[in-house]
Design a binder for this molecule. Structure first.
Ligand SMILES: [Zn+2]
Ligand SMILES: [Zn+2]
Length: 351
């Protein structure tokens, strides 16, 4: 099969991946072989290809937002031909303390699709059957892809923040993940207050129906029940905290923060306010989010590349030199935030 392969040993400037013919993966117990129909290109893939994330194997096929069709290993529950989505969480051990206590997102030995195992920049990919999500026919390959990373993690952030219907919610930073989350918040009849740097992001938030939109350092006009921060910046977390009512929660949707500035505990955190981080996802987050996205007909933008152009698709994940985004993101897509005007995601087609 054809695949785009990252190899730390074969790195050259601008060439992240090498298109090669490699053997098709052999079916393993508990797995299904997918013919890849589309695979998203995410900022995390760029971090892997640039060596910001340490390589875990000599040669790797990246890609963790996969839409594929089951061509081997079908079962009663997942018949041959079923179209499924696959995300960053490609498996858990099921035996560690966290798995045993209903916190599989915190598993001690997780499998990461397109990082600790080969991913979807290929014609075929082998994935764990119990980490696939069957997709409704109405959701087309290309447009479901951004939902599988930015979408699911954005949704999990709303859960971690504990958002209830009708609440006042702040979104601090407004890129791919936030622009998908706002549709969910609107369906919950929440008021959405967006504080973000960059005119184009503010415009996008307005066009998507935010109740209030302001610059990153402008305090929303009312105390917020909850807030989610999408920028890899500690300053933004403090800004979000400053906007909360007593008992409110800030959820941080970033794997990496530049630095957490000192802040006044008495004024900002006392009163049972909480700061929480968001780590990975549970399968139930993916199932629930995809169901909602289907019901709400959420359709993110996507640009299609052929697998042969994987290097170009990846290069476009690089933020413009003028932005100051931190290095890592988690599910990665959330760092698309400052990189583009519109929620979009590069997509390579398997064939
Ligand atoms: Zn575990
Ligand atoms: Zn991603």
């Amino acid at each position: 099969m054809k695949a785009a392969i990252y190899s730390a040993a074969a790195k050259a400037p601008g060439v992240f991946l090498h298109i090669k013919d490699v053997p098709r993966p052999q079916l393993k117990n508990g797995h299904v072989l997918l013919r890849v129909l589309a695979c998203g290109v995410c900022r995390t893939d760029l971090h892997i290809a640039e060596g910001d994330m340490p390589p875990l194997q000599d040669e790797l096929i990246p890609g963790h937002q996969i839409v594929g069709k089951i061509v081997e290993g079908g079962t009663m529950d997942l018949p041959m031909g079923t179209r499924v989505g696959v995300s960053w969480m490609g498996g858990v051990d099921g035996t560690c303390w966290f798995c045993q206590h209903g916190m599989e997102n915190l598993c001690d030995q997780p499998t990461f699709t397109g990082y600790s195992v080969n991913g979807g920049y290929a014609e075929y990919v082998l994935v764990r059957a119990d980490f696939t999500y069957p997709l409704p026919d109405e959701m087309d390959n290309v447009h479901v892809v951004p939902l599988l990373c930015a979408g699911i993690i954005g949704f999990r952030s709303l859960r971690v923040a504990g958002i209830q219907p009708g609440e006042r919610v702040g979104l601090f930073g407004f890129g791919s993940s936030a622009s998908l989350a706002i549709a969910i918040l609107q369906s919950w009849k929440c008021e959405v207050y967006v504080a973000t740097r960059g005119k184009s992001h503010r415009k996008m938030a307005e066009s998507l129906g935010a109740t209030w939109v302001g610059d990153e350092d402008v305090k929303p006009p009312v105390p917020l029940d909850r807030a989610v921060t999408f920028a890899p910046s500690g300053k933004v977390v403090v800004a979000a905290l400053t906007s909360l009512r007593k008992g409110g929660v800030v959820a941080i949707n970033a794997i990496h923060l530049d630095q957490m500035p000192a802040f006044d505990y008495d004024k900002l955190l006392w009163g049972e306010r909480q700061i929480r981080s968001v780590a990975n996802m549970e399968r139930q987050d993916a199932r629930d989010f995809l169901k909602l996205a289907h019901e709400l007909k959420i359709k993110p933008q996507a640009t299609v590349f052929s697998l042969d152009d994987a290097n170009q698709a990846l290069a476009e994940q690089s933020p413009p030199a003028t932005t100051t985004l931190g290095a890592a993101d988690q599910n990665p897509t959330n760092t698309l935030t400052a990189a583009t005007d519109q929620p979009r995601s590069g997509t390579t087609r398997g064939n």
